[in-house]
Design a protein around this ligand. Structure first.
Ligand code: GTP
Ligand code: SPV
Ligand code: MN
Length: 581
């Protein structure tokens, strides 16, 4: 158990409310994980995959109605509605607590309640934060073991520090009409009911490390972001770190594990994180970042030898697969993997293309970070890594160029705030609809976006050594609906430019919307993207941008009086530059 009185009292209260048959305190050991696997195998929660090709790999099929995050059922419950902002669903804390109390009442009868102490970030890093997730899902316990530093070490840190995030989770009856993901940032509390899936249920991830952490980060002067972290090592052996925010299912995992093209002799990408980044200004004035997670919960479809070989290499042992298809010989399979035809779809039915994709479009793998061949030796560094460049990007078929650099920190904040992207299967709603997704944080910012932009802007006064800010778009399409840029490993060409710009090593061209590569600025040795296509990828369509910047202005205005004047000034400056060009 624990010596922390607050934790003890809370566990007693939760047990009194939910009425479990049994309470198990998780210690995070490997044997505990193996026990959990056995339990899941015997209950049908895990199906063992081919032990010869995929030793210790398991398939979990979630309820067909429970396959993604549920933004419409996710709430930020601050006492003041305005604090949550128009970017969040809001419910008064008292009302939300009453609703949840009713749902939780007796919900663990006949079940085991697991108490999971966890640490987000390296266990000895001053930047890390702890939480305790209480859950009735063994699947959540197994995933938390791979995704966080879980168990005794975290509990000791909680007892030492005396503070932790309280996360209560029950799968309930998986009824979508009785499903809520509630956040109480003022009380450092999360309450989740009715879903066993990913970000709804693994509370250390989006609920703690983004929604609650972003709220804390604002008052404490740091940033909690939906960003990958990578190190780019050049042939001279120097490594520069880049953090990049792309919306859900828009390429973070792939970029974080990039393998440079053959012509890039001596270059290497090291993976620090693929989804979440906590950063703060260090004593040297630079921005230092840690990955609060210990594993990857990555999108399966599209992962293949020619797109993300590093991911594929870590997925043939000790991994959990959720909602993928299976082949005749019981191997995991998803669209884009190879040309085999699976026999069973994600629901467990015989595969029939008439019923849609074999793997769910949001099917995922869970693996520990250490299995990644490009795992950075700095990923566990307590101080984190110094960030040289911040990159924003979205999934935009049209208009938005392959790469541009901001003219200043404040202009970079505008680039982030103005991000838009086509929605993906990572959320339960419609897919392929362009929406504003500032800093890729639309579903994850725990407070009013207007205040969040003000917080980002506040950094410009704090340091002269801030990272340079960039914007990228790998997803432009031609008139036949084909991607114009080859993407994946070839994104190295853009990364090289970004890092060289951040070091002041290459020239650029000024445009009204940002700084762009010179005509021969991107290294295109070894790929044949037609000159005309490259031109289109780097073109600034002034008329269309006049329209876009005006829509961005309307979007900023939709936050009313709280919108920081400095970001409006940036928008007005760009609008004027476009009008004069
Ligand atoms: P979350 O885990 O949801 O936050 O997603 P993520 O940002 O890590 O996305 P991920 O890297 O898993 O990519 C999602 C999808 O985009 C996959 O199907 C990829 O194959 C595809 N993708 C990634 N990078 C590229 C790229 O450069 N070009 C194209 N065309 N597709 C890409
Ligand atoms: C995302 O949706 O951005 C994810 C997956 O990374 S989940 O953990 O479900 O939020
Ligand atoms: Mn994500």
């Amino acid at each position: 158990m624990t010596t922390n009185q607050e934790l003890k009292t809370w566990i007693d209260q939760v047990a009194g409310l939910t009425q479990p048959d049994k309470i198990v305190w998780c210690n995070g050991s490997d044997s505990e994980y193996r026990d959990m696997v056995e339990l899941l195998k015997s209950s049908g929660g895990f199906i063992e995959l081919n032990p010869e090709t995929h030793p210790r790999c398991y398939l979990h099929r979630s309820d067909p109605s429970d396959v993604a995050r549920v933004e419409h059922l996710t709430f930020v419950c601050t006492s003041d509605k305005e604090e949550a902002g128009p970017n969040n669903n809001w419910m008064a804390p008292g009302e939300a607590r009453a609703k949840m109390r009713e749902l939780y009442s007796g919900c663990m009868a006949g079940r085991t309640m697991y108490v999971i102490p966890y640490c987000m970030g390296p266990i000895d890093s001053p930047l890390s934060r702890c939480g305790v997730e209480v859950t009735d899902s063994p699947y959540v316990v197994a995933n938390m073991k791979l995704m966080t530093r879980m168990g005794d070490g975290a509990l000791r840190r909680i007892e030492r520090e005396g503070t932790f995030i309280k996360g209560l989770h029950s799968i309930g009856s998986l009824d979508p009409n009785r499903r809520f993901i509630m956040h109480f940032p003022e009380d450092l509390e999360i309450q989740s009911f009715g879903s066993g899936y990913g970000g709804n249920a693994l509370l250390g991830k989006k609920c703690h490390a983004l929604r609650i952490a972003s709220y804390q980060a604002r008052t404490e002067g740091w940033l909690a972001e939906h960003m990958l972290i990578l190190g780019l090592e050049n042939p001279q052996g120097e490594t520069h770190y880049v953090a990049a925010a792309f919306p859900s299912a828009c390429g973070k995992t792939n970029l974080a594990m990039l393998i440079p093209p053959e012509t890039y002799k001596g270059w290497k990408v090291w993976t620090v994180g693929d989804d979440i980044c906590w950063m703060r200004i260090g004593e040297d004035g630079r921005m230092w970042a840690i990955n609060p997670e210990a594993g990857f919960f990555g999108v399966a479809p599209g992962t293949a030898e020619n797109t993300n070989p590093n991911a594929l290499a870590m997925l043939d042992h000790d991994a959990i697969f959720t909602n993928v298809a299976v082949t005749e010989d019981n191997q995991p399979w998803w669209e884009g993997l190879d040309d085999r035809v699976p026999v069973t779809d994600w629901r467990g039915n015989p595969y029939d293309p008439e019923n849609g994709p074999a793997a769910h479009p949001n099917s995922r793998f869970t693996v520990h970070m250490s299995q990644c061949p490009s795992y950075s030796d700095q990923a566990e560094a307590p101080a984190g890594v110094p960030i040289s460049a911040i990159v924003f990007g979205g999934r935009r078929e049209r208009l938005v160029p392959l790469v541009m650099e901001s003219q200043s920190w404040n202009h970079g904040v505008l680039l982030g705030a103005a991000m838009a992207s086509e929605t993906t299967a990572a959320n339960i709603d419609a897919v392929g609809v362009v929406r504003r997704d500032p800093m890729a944080m639309k579903p994850f910012c725990g407070y009013n976006f207007a205040d969040y932009w003000a917080h980002w802007l506040s950094f410009s006064d704090n340091s002269e050594k801030l990272p340079k800010i960039f914007h990228v778009n790998w997803f432009r399409k031609d008139e036949n609906g084909k991607f114009m840029w080859p993407g994946f490993g070839e994104n190295m060409r853009v990364l090289e430019w970004i890092v060289k710009r951040s070091q002041g090593e290459v020239e650029c061209v000024d445009t009204p919307i940002g700084k762009m590569p010179e005509e021969s600025g991107l290294n295109l040795d070894g790929i044949d993207v037609p000159a005309q296509t490259m031109q289109a990828l780097l073109e600034v369509d002034t008329n269309a941008w006049v329209n876009e910047i005006s829509e961005i202005g309307d979007y900023l205005d939709s936050f009313g009086e709280r919108t920081p004047p400095a970001i409006k000034a940036e928008q007005a400056r760009v609008a004027a530059a476009l009008a004069n060009s």
